[in-house]
Write a protein that binds this ligand. Structure first.
Ligand code: BDP
Length: 631
């Protein structure tokens, strides 16, 4: 469980789309020395951004990536320290009381390594983008005579062989070809390494004794469901806990007490994926109340958790949700858009969910890192099944399989599982994408990461996504579901659509014969530049993208009757990458453009996904009216 902005009336978000700044300062770039990866973890000096840093000062919106906000190409490709700063006034009631409330500063995510000060006092540092972190700032702000709270953030987007994702700095020493101190950041993944404070920053309070974590798992038979819960409290040993579970009409359907227990729900409304039931994404609401006597005072904390009742099982040929076979007909996505880069963008998020429903997609993979909690909330509510992927993308260098990297990967899985473990939409964890899993150390590495993830959450299957040869892959023995990426007639035999039936059939047969585990085609696709046409189809045209999809689909149609349990197109939408000779303003394998307009391939996929949904015994809710998502 991660407490977030929705829970507390005392919550005081820093204004979204406002600059984190002290007048008139916003974001500053660090010293060039800070760019050197050898100084990556050298602490920047505490204190204000304005006092300590060189470089231009820019008004910078939060949340957003900083890269595409200005006209300055050096900021677009900047590697190193940047500084954000903002002053906020805290309500006086947050600063007083006996005991005074606990004041927390929370970041939804910041890319990549962050150090945070409040009023010049360091309160937290955090390694890794894509996941939240927070600091208890009570002692700092409550000790101050002034309700003004100065928040200063130093952020460094340098990737090293031991970060997730990994990267390395290449120094170009040849003075005849490169300017002095020239370097580039090399990464082995195919998306632009946007950086900045990507998700909301909020301040919230809890009582001094508070609910720190809740874990729920659910099981069900036809007429009874059981919700196992575990609640942990911090700040008091003498406390009482009471729980009540309400249905969507607000009726209490089960109650419980104590830190560990089970709720019994008669005739439950199960959480079903979109297109598998006429009422997908059914969420109960679990209210957990804590009362604790601290000195003379009785403290009360309340946390309300949306809760979906569903089960997930994997057999050698099937993926079962609530005991029924589930076929993933979905997409791979990115957090990516014009101008804001990877910054959270509500209109874009809601647009994407409307497109997913239009498409008839019932699932996506969070390629290649955990997505914003706001996105995950909508997956829970709309019944979109999620393969929740860690930022383990581009693990290619031998040194990235060593103990230092492994320990960091385990820590990242802990953060991810803690954040998303209670989400019914999350049906599987993916620990990595396309690692060099044929290397000998990959065996120990993936065995350990997968075992650790299963220990953290025994209720879900675990996988990683591979593009290695079936006979050489050293991580595959440890996964529950084989997820394979392939680009026949694109990266292999470019232009030769006729090889697909043979090669794709062999791919599936080989993997299945070796492992007898169900298989997901976790990526396939072709770039297309919208508006480029040719007949017969040629690469990069809309016709070629359509034709390639159709070739894949005819093989998938045979294999989904056997052991193939899903297909996820690469990609939902075009997205930005590093510049390169194979990228025309980014990766163009989207079936939608970056601005979310359909290419011809979107209609091919839409026909297919609705056909698959209608074939099953499920009841597809055809969208006939518009409902608005209000938050
Ligand atoms: C796959 C990667 C994905 C890339 C895609 C491509 O998993 O991140 O964007 O190839 O090249 O191998 O389009």
């Amino acid at each position: 469980m991660q407490r977030n902005r929705a829970e507390s009336p005392l919550l005081c978000p820093l204004p979204p789309a406002d600059a984190l700044q002290t007048s008139p300062h916003g974001l500053r770039q660090g010293r060039p020395a800070g760019r050197d990866q050898r100084h990556h973890h050298q602490q920047p000096q505490p204190g204000g951004a304005a006092e300590h840093q060189t470089g231009p000062v820019i008004d910078m919106p939060v949340p957003a990536s900083f890269n595409d906000i200005t006209q300055d190409p050096s900021l677009e490709n900047y590697i190193g320290w940047v500084w954000y700063e903002k002053e906020v006034l805290l309500p006086l009631r947050w600063l007083q009381g006996d005991p005074a409330p606990r004041v927390v500063l929370r970041f939804g995510s910041a890319h990549y390594y962050s150090v945070v000060w409040v009023n010049g006092v360091q309160v937290v540092e955090h390694e890794g983008g894509h996941l939240p972190f927070e600091a208890d700032i009570s002692s700092v702000v409550q000790g101050s005579p002034d309700p003004l709270c100065r928040i200063t953030v130093a952020l460094n987007n340098t990737l090293t062989p031991h970060t997730l994702p990994p990267g390395s700095i290449q120094y170009m020493a040849d003075k005849s070809r490169y300017p002095k101190n020239y370097f580039v950041q090399d990464t082995k993944f195919d998306f632009f390494n946007y950086a900045g404070i990507h998700r909301p920053v909020v301040l919230y309070t809890t009582p001094a004794a508070y609910i720190d974590d809740i874990t729920v798992t659910t099981t069900s038979s036809d007429s009874v469901a059981r919700v196992q819960y575990q609640v942990s409290v911090v700040g008091s040993t003498a406390n009482s806990l009471s729980l009540s579970l309400r249905d969507q009409e607000g009726k209490v359907v089960a109650t419980g007490d104590g830190a560990v227990g089970e709720l019994k729900v008669l005739n439950p409304n199960l959480w079903w994926p979109y297109l598998m039931h006429e009422n997908p994404g059914y969420l109960y609401s679990l209210e957990v109340k804590m009362q604790a006597q601290v000195g003379e005072v009785l403290l009360e904390d309340v946390y309300t958790l949306p809760l979906g009742i569903r089960t997930v099982h994997v057999t050698s040929t099937q993926f079962l949700i609530n005991g029924r076979p589930f076929y993933f007909h979905g997409v791979n996505k990115h957090e990516d858009a014009d101008i804001r880069g990877k910054g959270l963008d509500w209109p874009l998020i809601v647009k994407d969910f409307n497109l997913l429903r239009w498409l008839g997609a019932n699932s996506f993979r969070t390629s290649h890192y955990p997505y914003a909690e706001e996105i995950m909330d909508l997956c829970d509510a709309y019944g979109i099944a999620v393969i929740d992927e860690s930022p383990g993308v581009g693990i290619k260098l031998p040194e990235s399989f060593g103990n230092k990297s492994l320990q960091h990967h385990l820590a990242v899985m802990e953060e991810l599982v803690r954040r998303d473990k209670n989400r019914p939409s999350v049906v599987m964890w993916s620990v990595a994408n396309e690692p060099a899993s044929e290397l000998p150390p990959a065996a120990h590495y993936f065995k350990t990461v997968i075992a650790h993830t299963k220990a953290l959450d025994p209720s879900r299957p675990v996988t990683f996504v591979t593009d290695a040869n079936y006979a050489l892959d050293r991580g595959a023995p440890y996964v529950d579901v084989i997820c394979v990426n392939s680009y026949f007639s694109w990266y292999h035999d470019p232009g030769h659509l006729e090889v697909i039936p043979l090669q794709l059939t062999a791919q599936f047969d080989n993997w299945y014969k070796t492992y007898q585990k169900p298989i997901i085609q976790s990526e396939y696709g072709a770039d297309s530049v919208p508006g480029l046409h040719s007949d017969p189809p040629m690469m990069f045209t809309e016709e070629y993208q359509q034709a390639m999809l159709r070739e894949y689909h005819s093989v998938l149609d045979k294999k989904r009757k056997e052991y193939v349990i899903g297909e996820l197109i690469w990609n939902f939408a075009d997205f930005m990458t590093n510049q390169g000779t194979t990228r025309v303003l980014g990766n163009k394998k989207g079936i939608f453009t970056r601005q979310r307009q359909p290419k011809a391939a979107a209609f091919v996929l839409r026909d297919r996904y609705w056909k698959i949904a209608n074939e099953s015994s499920c009841l597809p809710p055809v969208i006939t009216s518009h409902s608005f998502y209000l938050k």
